[in-house]
Structure formats: C-alpha cells, structure tokens
Design a protein around this ligand. Structure first.
Ligand code: ZN
Length: 231
C-alpha cells in the first residue's frame, strides 16, 4: 500500500494507529489538532513520539513524512464540554459523558481530507473504537462508514477511513502495539503518549503518565492490567 494520513493526537490510540500505518504504508503523514483541549500537553507528547520514532525506528523513520497541526481553537467557543472548558468530567448513566466534544471527529476528518486531497492520499487512519469506550456516537463504525461516503462524494474521489482499533478494547490495543512495534513500541507508548483528560503529566504509573482518576486514565490502567497482569 502506498500512503496514508494518520489523525495523530499523541494519545495511546492514535500512536498505535501510527504504528499500524508505519507497518502497512510506504509514506505516512500525521495531523494533529489544537482545539483548546484542556490536555494540550498531548500536543507536546505527539512531537516527542515523532522524534522518538525518527531516532529509534530507522525503517519507520524513512516512511514518516510531514506533520501538520491545525488550529481549531474556535471549537472551544461552541460548547461547554469538559475537554474544552473547566466543566466537571462526569459520566452519568444514560447520558453521554461531559467529555464528548460534539462533531469533533467529523471536523478532524474534514480537515484531514482537505490535506489528503491535495497530496493524493486516499486513506485516513483514525483511532476510534466502539468497544470499551464511552459510547461517543462519532466513534461508531456506522458514523465512520457514513463519513467515508460523504467525503468520497464531496471530493469526487474515493477516500477510505481506516479504523484499526474499532473492535478492540484497551487491552487488545496494547497487544496490537506490541505486535506492530515490539516491546520498544510498548515502552514508547508508556513513556511518551498522553491520554489523561485532566492533562496530568506529572504522575507516572506502570501504564504511563496521568492523574489515575479520570475515565481515560482508568480505561488505560484497566487495559494495561489485563495486558500485563502483575504477579
Ligand atoms: Zn487522568
């Protein structure tokens, strides 16, 4: 396969997608988004991950092409969700978590498609998952299939959306990273990727940095413990 663009936030899921892309595509572009996220530390983490790949994964370094960060800071003005405002992070039964950012993935994919179109890239890779997740409707396979169709129609060119994590839980995502990038890749994820909603990058655990309390940390921790049970 030829080229792909990875929507790369610097979190565990999108870093695993980057590993996937570097294994399967000859030329890999990356795109990140500054959208006023409370955990903006992930933007620094993504650069550290790219740097690490360039230094320690020589075969992959050759495949890694341009990285772009799009400024979508106006997104934070549209809604008082817990990721772009100081609203509490809450998960209530029967409701979407307050960390849901409406239309975020649709905007991200549209920007990615605009970049991809200009460079004859026909595959976008995004780390969404239906499993073990907070029930975000913009992470479902149906949404992705519909978006793939909309982008292809709107560009008058096939635009594929690849979702390698769609049916994996967090433990299986750790396992996939191991298969794609070996123990070195797992350690890169632990040391450099950031998923904590609270933006805590000062407390270090076996599974990486984070507050250890927010839904994102709890999910990452639970997945790690299933992947690497302590004896
Ligand atoms: Zn956290």
């Amino acid at each position: 396969m030829d080229n792909a663009l990875v929507l790369f936030s610097g979190g565990q899921d999108s870093t695993t997608c980057l590993f996937y892309a570097l294994r399967h595509y000859q030329q890999v572009f990356t795109m990140g988004f500054a959208y006023g996220q409370r955990h903006a530390v992930e933007l620094e983490c993504r650069l550290a991950i790219l740097q690490e790949i360039r230094e320690h994964f020589p075969l992959w370094a050759e495949r890694l092409d341009r990285d772009v960060v799009c400024d979508l800071s106006s997104l934070a003005k549209l809604d008082d969700n817990a990721l772009t405002s100081d609203a509490d992070i809450e998960v209530q039964p029967g409701a979407l978590p307050t960390t849901f950012v409406p239309a975020r993935n649709l905007l991200f994919l549209s920007y990615a498609a605009a970049f991809a179109y200009a460079r004859n890239i026909d595959t976008l890779i995004i780390g969404v998952s239906e499993t073990d997740y907070s029930g975000y409707p913009d992470c479902r396979s149906q949404t992705m299939a519909s978006m793939e169709q909309s982008l292809s129609l709107a560009l008058d060119r096939p635009m594929k959306i690849a979702t390698p994590l769609m049916h994996l839980d967090k433990a299986a995502t750790w396992q996939l990273a191991l298969e794609l990038a070996g123990e070195k890749g797992v350690q890169l994820l632990v040391q450099k990727s950031h998923t904590c909603y609270a933006g805590d990058h000062s407390h270090f655990h076996a599974w990486g940095y984070g507050c250890g309390q927010c839904p994102s940390c709890l999910l990452r921790k639970k997945g790690w413990e299933a992947f690497r049970p302590s004896h």
